[in-house]
Design a protein around this ligand. Structure first.
Ligand code: RFL
Ligand code: PHB
Length: 398
């Protein structure tokens, strides 16, 4: 396909943010070109999020890519909190007046969006190298990149920086124009994907003396499990057997007994971080998704926050191009950040409640652990506390 040298919106990154933005803009006839540094196979090989809020599902519907999601996604009306050797259900549906979440992997969302873009014949440059952003503080931004050894220039009206935490977009902003808030947690998550039936119908979040554990899934035959781990511990130390034993130990007796184990298909360690960059707009450059913020995965908010940014950005660009109104672009950063900070707070709170922290931290050591048990005990007895949790878990409104 011939790649144009001019477009309306140049999108950096073909993760869920970039692909969803392009799909929503395409419906209104707004032109985009996506530049992605990796290959399609590499993008699809990353195992990440698994829980979609209802508003994210609605956005995928609006983009015209929710058919398989409705067929294969698993609606979940609740999840279990496990502590002190017992499980307690948080009834999301009852507590939120009928809302639920849908378990459907980020990989599948990305696959659907990629297929959709391909079916529309829209231009995506995979394996774009040396991507650099120019002139976004003026009226004529431009993106340079190298593809198959050849240098290219892409002229555009706007640049959408959807290139994740390590991308080039945020890094292109002069340091004096941006404020970055960061908290790095003193542990990671070891994740395992296995072709085994999930241990339960719903997710189990477990607080255990030895650390956090999470039982999740991708389908009735594919399980996704995590245990809190040390970042100093190399992946080689985690044989499948060691992982399964550790997970079993951190569950209640019934779940431990029901757990079906098998060979891991994927195994990786992810660090946990809270990060917010402010503002999210710099002239004609707009940051969206992980390019602007990272949350620890405990609340399953990362992908959903990326979707809400894309909602605000697509709405603002459509207003600008189709209705000739610019207010949405002016308010983009403030609207996103109001929601981002609330989701960051929830993810930080849920992470603090469920993980074992070292003695040196305020929430660490034996006293921190006892405080967590007291809060969990309160939570499962208080309808009000559960409602707060459920409201945040299913996702705050846009
Ligand atoms: P992505 O998915 O990182 O996509 C960014 C894309 O930009 C490309 N890119 C570049 N392209 C061109 N030029 C450059 N210089 C570029 N630099 C990077 C990258 O190759 C990539 O394709 O960001 P996006 O689209 O904003 O989507 C955000 C979500 O991916 C993210 O929030 C979640 O996956 C976060 N997250 C999780 N969220 C959850 O809700 N639940 C989870 O269980 C969960 N697990 C995770 C996660 C994130 C992880 N990362 C980032 C380490 C597990 C991991 C390991
Ligand atoms: C996942 O299935 O990968 C998953 C689910 C819920 C979370 C985090 C990750 O909170």
């Amino acid at each position: 396909m011939k790649i144009p040298d001019r477009t309306q919106v140049a999108i950096i990154g073909a993760g869920p943010s970039g692909l969803l933005l392009s799909a929503l803009l395409a419906r209104e006839g707004i032109e985009t070109v996506i530049l992605e540094q990796r290959s399609p196979d590499y993008v699809l090989s990353r195992i990440r999020a698994g829980v979609l809020e209802q508003t994210t599902v609605q956005l995928l519907e609006r983009a015209g890519v929710a058919e398989r999601l409705h067929r294969e996604g698993l609606p979940h009306d609740g999840f279990d909190l496990c502590f002190g050797g017992a499980r307690h259900r948080i009834d999301l549906k009852r507590l939120t007046g009928g809302k639920h979440v849908v378990v459907y992997g980020q990989t599948e969302v990305t696959r659907d969006l990629m297929a959709h873009r391909q079916s529309l014949g829209l231009p995506t440059v995979y394996e774009a190298e040396e991507v650099s952003l120019h002139g976004f503080d003026g009226a004529q931004p431009m993106v340079r990149y190298v593809h198959q050894g050849q240098a290219h220039e892409l002229h555009c009206d706007y640049i959408a920086g959807c290139d994740g935490f390590h991308g080039v977009s945020r890094a292109s902003v002069p340091p004096r124009a941006i404020t970055q808030h960061e908290r790095v947690y003193p542990f990671g998550w070891l994740g395992v994907l296995s072709r085994t039936p999930p241990v339960a119908h719903e997710l189990i979040y477990s607080n255990h003396e030895r650390g956090f554990a999470l039982c999740s899934m991708r389908s009735h035959t594919l399980s996704r499990y995590y245990v809190q781990c040390s970042l100093q511990d190399p992946l080689e130390n985690w044989s499948d057997d060691v992982f399964w034993d550790e997970l079993r130990t951190r569950l209640d007796p019934a779940a431990a007994q029901a757990l079906i184990t098998g060979p891991s298909i994927e195994k990786s360690i992810a660090p946990l971080r809270s990060f917010v960059a402010e503002p999210m707009r710099f002239g004609r450059l707009f940051l969206a998704g992980d390019a602007a913020h990272i949350v620890p995965p405990t609340g399953a908010k990362g992908l959903n926050l990326a979707a809400s940014d894309v909602h605000y950005l697509s709405t603002a660009l459509i207003e600008h191009y189709v209705e000739d109104r610019g207010a949405g672009l002016e308010h983009y950063s403030a609207r996103c950040l109001a929601r981002v900070w609330k989701a960051s707070r929830f993810s930080w709170w849920f992470t603090s409640l469920m993980h074992r922290f070292p003695q040196t931290e305020l929430s660490g050591g034996p006293m921190g652990y006892r405080m967590q048990q007291a809060e969990l005990d309160y939570l499962v007895q208080s309808e009000a506390a559960q409602t707060v949790m459920a409201e945040n878990y299913v996702g705050l409104p846009f």
